[in-house]
Design a protein around this ligand. Structure first.
Ligand SMILES: Cc1ncc(COP(=O)(O)O)c(C=O)c1O
Length: 490
C-alpha cells in the first residue's frame, strides 16, 4: 500500500476548504462561534477541521470510507489484520481488549504490573484475574519487566486459561521477550493481549526491541500520543484475526467509544502512521542517537546512574531488553528523592521530566527532541551535582512495590458490593473496594477484591508521607474504601 497517503486528513482538508454551510455539530460551526480568545491563540484553521461524522469524512462507529482506508494503512504497516483508531487513549483500548475477549467468571493470566485501566476492564466484565507472581531482586534500582521464564512457568501451571495479558514495554522502557512468550502461549492454546502503551515506535527501527505485532501477539494497544505523532488521547489497537473474534472486538469498540470522536485526534493518527512509515527509521535513528549521547553524559555526572541496554540484559539474565529512548536516571547517589530532583529541574531550570519516583527521574527522548534540549538537561544535572551536599534528604520509601495479595473476590464483585470507609490503620484484613495506585507509574498496589495486609498499609502510609501522588484513597490519603463486612474467607 502507498504509505505516503493520508486519506482521512486529505478528506478533512478538502471538506474544510469547500466552505459548505454547516447546520450540524459541532456548535462552534468551523470556529465562527468559538471564544475569540481561543481563536486568537490557536488560529482559525484548527476549528475548520473539527468535524463530525459526515459522508465526506466517514464514521468511526461504522467506517466504510476514508477512516476505513486510514485504518487499513495502519494495519498494513504494523503487520496487523485489523487496526482501529482510538480516541480514549490506551485506557479505552485496554478496556475494549478485556471486554471483547473475556466473559464473566473467566480466568485471565495477567502480570501484576498492569495499568489501572486493565483492572477497570476486569470490573466491566467480571473476569477472574490470576496474577503472575513478580520476582524482584534482579539488582536493578527500578522495576524491570517480567522475566520470560516466570511467564512461561505460569503458562505451564495454568493450562486451562485461554488468555494471557502482558505489559511491554513498562513505563521504564523495559521489554519482555514477546516472541518467546507468544510462541509458548499459542502452543498452549492461549491468545496474548498486550498493553504496548509505551511502544508505538518500536515497529519502525531495527535497533529498538521487537514490537508486539512483529512478535506474533494477537491484540496490542499503543499510545500513539505518548511517543510518536498522535495528539493526546490518540491511540491505536492492532489485531491478528487467527485467535481474536474481530466482529466482537468491533462491536465492543462501538459500545465503549464516543459517538462523537474528534477528527483532529483521528487525523493525527493518520499522519503519525504516514510519518513513521515514510521517515520512521531516520527520525527514530536521530532520537536514539540523542538518547545515547545523553545517557553517556549523565553516566559521567558524579552520583548519578543511568542503566544502558547491555546492563539491563546482564542484570535480567538476558530475559529483558531496553528501549534506549527512555532514560531512567537513578539519583540515590545524591541522597535525595526523584521527586525532589524533578521539582528542582522544573522550577530552577525549566525542565519537565516524564515522571519521578522515589529513586529516579524518567526522561522520554522522542522524535520531537533536539540536541539543545538534551544539552540543557545534562548541564542542569551537572549544576545540581555540584551542590550535592545541600540538596536535601529523602524519605525512606521503597521504589519497587508489588504485592501478591490474596484475591478474596473478583474485582467486579468487590466493586459492586456495599462499601464502607475506614482509616488505613483499621483496614488490615478487610477487602479493598477500589483500585489503589501510586502515580507514577500507576501500577495498582491494591485491586478491588484483594485482602489488605499490614505491609501494604505500611507502604501506603510511607508513600503518603513522602508526598507521592496517590489515587483511590480519600483526599487526605488517610481513609480507604473497603467491602462492608469481612467479605468471604477463602
Ligand atoms: C502501561 C500503561 N498502559 C496504559 C496507559 C494508559 O494510556 P493512555 O494515557 O493512552 O490512556 C498508561 C499510561 O500511563 C500506561 O503507562
Amino acid at each position: 500500500m502507498d504509505q505516503n497517503r493520508t486519506p482521512l486528513f486529505d478528506a478533512m482538508v478538502s471538506l474544510a476548504e469547500s466552505r459548505k454551510v454547516s447546520f450540524h455539530t459541532p456548535g462552534h460551526k468551523s470556529g465562527k462561534g468559538i471564544s475569540t480568545r481561543f481563536r486568537k491563540y490557536v488560529g482559525p484553521r484548527v476549528f475548520s477541521i473539527d468535524l463530525t461524522c459526515l459522508d465526506e469524512v466517514d464514521s468511526l462507529q461504522k467506517p466504510r470510507g476514508v477512516i476505513k482506508e486510514a485504518q487499513e494503512l495502519a494495519a498494513d504497516i504494523y503487520g496487523a489484520d485489523h487496526s482501529y483508531f482510538l480516541v480514549n487513549g490506551t485506557s479505552g483500548g485496554n478496556q475494549a481488549m478485556i471486554v471483547s475477549s473475556l466473559s464473566p467468571g473467566e480466568p485471565v493470566l495477567v502480570t501484576r504490573n498492569v495499568h489501572k485501566s486493565v483492572i477497570s476492564g476486569m470490573i466491566m466484565t467480571g473476569c477472574q484475574p490470576v496474577f503472575i507472581p513478580f520476582k524482584l531482586g534482579h539488582g536493578a534500582s527500578f522495576p524491570l519487566n517480567y522475566g520470560t521464564q516466570d511467564i512461561l512457568e505460569s503458562i505451564e501451571k495454568h493450562p486451562y486459561i485461554r488468555t494471557l495479558y502482558l505489559t511491554s514495554p513498562n513505563y521504564y522502557g523495559v521489554t519482555v521477550d514477546l516472541e518467546k512468550v507468544a510462541d509458548a502461549a499459542h502452543a498452549h492454546g492461549m491468545r496474548v493481549l498486550l498493553d504496548e502503551a509505551h511502544g508505538p515506535h518500536l515497529h519502525f527501527h531495527p535497533e529498538l526491541p521487537s514490537s508486539g505485532m512483529a512478535a506474533g501477539i494477537d491484540l496490542s494497544v499503543q499510545s500513539t500520543h505518548k511517543i510518536i505523532g498522535g495528539m493526546t488521547q490518540a491511540s491505536m489497537l492492532h489485531a491478528k484475526k487467527e485467535r481474536i473474534d474481530i466482529d466482537r472486538l468491533s462491536t465492543v469498540l462501538r459500545y465503549l467509544q464516543t459517538t462523537s470522536p474528534s477528527y483532529i485526534l483521528m487525523a493525527s493518527l493518520d499522519l503519525a502512521r504516514m510519518q513513521m512509515a515514510t521517515e520512521g527509521v531516520k527520525l527514530l535513528g536521530r532520537a536514539l542517537e540523542l538518547a545515547r549521547w545523553a545517557r553517556m553524559k549523565i553516566r559521567e555526572i558524579p552520583g548519578l546512574k543511568c542503566a544502558n541496554r547491555t546492563e539491563i540484559h546482564a542484570i535480567s539474565g538476558g530475559e529483558n531488553d531496553l528501549d534506549e529512548t527512555k532514560l531512567t536516571i537513578d539519583v540515590r547517589g545524591w541522597g535525595v528523592s526523584g521527586y525532589h530532583v524533578s521539582q528542582r529541574l522544573n522550577l530552577e531550570f525549566g525542565i519537565q521530566v516524564e515522571m519521578a519516583d522515589i529513586d529516579h527521574v524518567l526522561i522520554i527522548v522522542s522524535i520531537g527532541d533536539h540536541r539543545g534540549d538534551l544539552e540543557r538537561l545534562v548541564s542542569a544535572l551537572t549544576a545540581l551535582s555540584g551542590e550535592k551536599p545541600h540538596l536535601g534528604s529523602r524519605t525512606p520509601v521503597p521504589s519497587m512495590v508489588f504485592f501478591d495479595n490474596l484475591l478474596r473476590m473478583t474485582p467486579r464483585e468487590a466493586f459492586f458490593s456495599p462499601h464502607e470507609t475506614v482509616s488505613l490503620e483499621e483496614s488490615a484484613g478487610r477487602v479493598a473496594a477500589d483500585i489503589i495506585t501510586v502515580y507514577p507509574p500507576g501500577v495498582p498496589l491494591l485491586v478491588p477484591g484483594e485482602e489488605i495486609t499490614p505491609p501494604v498499609i505500611d507502604t501506603l502510609q510511607r508513600f503518603r508521607d513522602s508526598g507521592a501522588t496517590m489515587d483511590g484513597l480519600d483526599m487526605t490519603n488517610r481513609f480507604i474504601q473497603v467491602v462492608s463486612g469481612n467479605g468471604p474467607k477463602t
